[in-house]
Design a protein around this ligand. Sequence first.
Ligand code: NAI
Length: 398
Amino acid sequence: MKIKAEIIRGLVKNVHPYGCRQEVLNQIDYCKKAKQFNGAKKVLIIGASSGFGLATRISLAFGGSKADTIGVSYETGATDRRLGTAGWYNNIFFKEFAEKEGLIAKNFIDDAFSYEVKEKVIEYIKKEFGKIDLLVYSLAAPRRKDYKTGKIYNSTIKTTSGEFTGNTIDISNDEIVMKKVSSATPEEIEGTKKVMGGEDLEEWCYELLKNNCFSDKAIAITYSYIGSPKTYKIYREGTIGVAKKNLEETVLRINKKLSEEIGGRAFVSVNKALVTKASAYIPTFPVYAAILYKVMKEKNIHENCIMQMQRMFSEKIYSGSKIEFDEAGRLRMDDLELREDVQREVDELWKKVTPENFKVLSDYAGYKNEFMQLNGFDVDKVNYDSEVNTEILKKMIP
Ligand code: NAI
C-alpha cells in the first residue's frame, strides 16, 4: 500500500514507518556532526520513543558518548487495521542503528506507571545491563492508572483561574481557530498532578536506589516548561503548570536523596517550546511556537528537539565545567527562547497576528513541517509513492 497522511481534526492519524526511519537517521546524522561530548554510558530513558525523550536517547548514543540505553515507552505496532504509532517505529529504527554501532538498545513497551514495568527494568539492569549513570524521565501521558487502587487519573489542559479563550492552529485546514477552555475542577487539577507531576518519577528513583541500580554520582533529569507570559494562563498557571511545579518540588527531594545515598544529583531541565505530539494539544501554544520559530530562525538560534538535547549534553551537562543552575536549582535550556530581544519580537508579532495573516507573520510552514515529520510525513529523501509492505511491518519488533 501507499501511505499518505490522514489529517483529521488537526491530528495526523496515521504514520509513515520509513519516514520515521529517515527522521531517526537525520537526528543521528545531526548528532554525529555536532559538537561531541563524553558523558553517561549507561542510561535509562522513560518516555524514549518521541519528542525530547527520543532526542535525548539519540544524542547520548550518537553525540559522542556512545551510551547503551534502555527506553521505556507506550506505543503500538501494526495490526490488520492500523499501522501503529510513530514511536513504535522510532524504537525499532533507533535500535537497528544503535546495534549496528555495537551499542545496547533495549526497549520496554509498556505502561511506565506500573510496578510490573519497574520490576522488569530493574531485573534487566541487575542481570544484564549493569548500573545506570543517568536516568532521564521524559514522559508526557494523557492518563495514569494508579496500580495500588486501580483508579484512573486524567491529565487535563485547563486554567486554574477562570475561563480562557485562546487561539490554536488547525493543521487540517491550515487555519487559526479560537478555543475556549474552562477552569479546572479540584479533581481535574489533582488528576493532572497525578499524571504529570513528580510522583511516578519519585517511585522510579526510589525503586532504582533500593535495588542498587544507580552507579556512584548518577544523575536523574526530567523536563519542564515555563515559557512566556503569553502562555502562562494556560500553561504555567494552568493545570499542567501545577503538575510541573509539583514535579520540580519532587525533584528537589529526589536530589537530596541521591546526593546523600550515592553522591548523585537530580535536576529539572526547563526546555524550549517545541512541536511535539504532546504540545500540539495546548491552546495558544502552537501559535506562540510558530511565531517563536520565525523569530528564532531569523536570528539563527532556532533549535529543534535534537539540537537542544545535543547542546544540553555537550555544553551544559557534560562540558567538563560545573553545571550552572538557576535560583531554583533548574537547568535553563530555554535561555535562547526567553532572551529579551526574542521575546520583544515575539510580542510585537503576537499583537499583530490574525487568522488572515498568521501564515506570513509566523513560521507556520516550519511548524507544520515539524508536526508532519513527527509521524514520518513531509520528510526529505522519502518516496511517498513507493508501495509499503504491511506484512513486513507487522513482523517488526522494537
Ligand atoms: P512526546 O509526546 O513526544 O513523548 C512522550 C513520551 O512518553 C513517548 O515516548 C510516549 O511513548 C511516552 N509515554 C506516554 N505515556 C506513557 C506510559 N504510560 N508509559 C510509558 N511511556 C509513556 O512528549 P514531549 O513533548 O517530548 O514531552 C516530554 C517531556 O518534555 C514532558 O515532560 C513535557 O512536559 C516536557 N517538555 C516539552 C516541551 C515541548 O515544547 N514539547 C517543552 C518543555 C518540556
